[in-house]
Design a protein around this ligand. Structure first.
Ligand code: COA
Length: 386
């Protein structure tokens, strides 16, 4: 029996997950060195204005601040050299011709293939693909349809963007397709090339993001592999906030201040986000656990969104009722940075094999919108009768 109030004919499960990690990693030391060289050049170039007070001097970034404030030590990127070059400070990716697989689809396909292989599933058995991510490479045709075509899937596909919560919102959407009988096997793919929207020249946020792709195969329990994760409940919430915002879009494409304008990249009020989002997430998780009849203190593991180690410490403490160990709430942002919607899925992918039959856990994301997504899961081991 599922914990959810919905008692559908088809029970959704996670059959497998997949991960693609870009080959290049940037350490905090490399990042700070690049930023400080940029700041020195900027200050030299604008020395007269800085002296007259017309312009502010750029302060140096610091490795110790970054690690202490966020827990991030490194991040992966699809392109490293131009991100670290003080003259460019952004990924410079050659545009590909339309008949070549686009880079966002390419890394999504790699993660999707990993998930399909782990589930022992052929792409032809999948009915739908959702590309659930924060940073779409283009508006249309949908990235999801390109991924669907590259994998050879017959069915339907579409993109969805709920910022850092895209993957969990995608999992609930996929689970609803399974519950309603509209699909039996759905891939939720989250390719996040966050390096393109990050303002690498902004000292307050240049350290935050990293690139990655994840995939989650959500299926009906009737065709899932023996070992899988039952989705026992999902709950989503959104509350409008401007505290994490990106104004890039068609309507300001030709505006004179668009080129390089900081608000066309990632902007946040980090302190406010920290303070406001922690209680929203903890309350939603506790409410949903209560509704499902799940003891939150009995959750074996929390796979939380990976934005800030301090936020995760507070959320985990409020959910579990005690300070969480690394085993109870694993961290991946130390080596991946904030990978937007993919973060909680990376944590789940890398830190879930050791759980035993019957163990319960929670995948939980939160971010811009604000948006919060919760996915309660229960491990079903191979050969066990659930
Ligand atoms: N190097 C050195 N010092 C820095 C710095 C850097 N790179 N960036 C900021 N500072 C300084 C600030 O100038 C400030 O100095 P002041 O006290 O003299 O004014 C001080 O460090 C504190 O800055 P603040 O921005 O208040 O830091 P913080 O402790 O809030 O940490 C974040 C910043 C972004 C790491 C943190 O707020 C956070 O992670 N919030 C949640 C973000 C989140 O989840 N976002 C979702 C994204 S999808």
């Amino acid at each position: 029996m599922t914990d959810n109030f919905k008692q559908p004919a088809h029970r959704p499960v996670i059959s497998a997950t997949g991960l693609y990690t870009p080959p290049h990693s940037i350490s905090n030391e490399e990042l700070v060195d690049s930023f400080n060289r940029y700041a020195a050049l900027h200050n030299e170039h604008h020395a007269a204005d800085i002296a007259s007070g017309a312009r502010q001097k750029l302060e140096e970034s610091s490795v110790s601040f970054i690690e202490k404030a966020s827990g991030i030590k490194a991040r992966h990127v699809v392109e490293k050299a131009s991100v670290l070059d003080p003259a460019t400070m952004e990924p410079r990716l050659a545009e590909r011709p339309d008949d070549e697989l686009s880079i966002m689809a390419e890394i999504g396909v790699a993660a999707a293939r990993d998930a399909l292989n782990r589930a022992g599933r052929a792409a032809a058995d999948v009915d739908a693909v959702l590309c659930a991510a924060s940073n779409m490479q283009r508006p249309y045709p949908a990235m999801a349809i390109e991924i669907q075509a590259a994998l050879g899937i017959d069915g339907f596909a579409f993109d969805m963007n709920v910022a850092c919560s895209s993957a969990t919102f995608g999992i609930q959407t996929a689970a609803d397709y399974i519950r309603s009988g509209n699909a039996r096997s759905v891939l939720v793919v989250s390719p996040e090339i966050t390096s393109g929207h990050l303002n690498w020249r902004d000292r307050d946020s240049h350290f935050i993001f990293g690139d990655v792709a994840t995939a989650v195969l959500v299926e009906s329990s009737k065709l899932a592999p023996d070992a899988h994760w039952e989705i026992t409940g999902t709950r989503l919430k959104t509350i409008f906030s401007n505290n994490i915002r990106n104004n890039f879009g068609f309507l300001n494409r030709t505006s004179p201040d668009t080129a390089g304008a900081p608000d066309k990249l990632f902007v946040q009020q980090g302190r406010k986000v920290f303070k406001e989002v922690v209680p929203i997430v903890a309350d939603l998780v506790l409410e949903e656990a209560d509704r499902l009849g799940v003891d939150p203190a009995g959750l074996r593991r929390l796979w939380l969104h990976q934005a800030n180690a301090g936020m995760n410490r507070l959320i985990a403490q409020r959910v579990l009722g005690h300070e969480a160990s690394e085993d109870e709430s694993p961290t991946v942002l130390d080596t991946y940075g904030n990978t937007s919607s993919a973060g909680s899925i990376i944590a789940f992918h890398l830190h879930s094999n050791d759980l035993r039959h019957g163990d319960r856990g929670l995948i939980c994301s939160f971010g811009a919108g604000y948006s919060v997504g919760t996915v309660f899961v229960r491990k079903v081991a191979a050969g066990a009768t659930s």
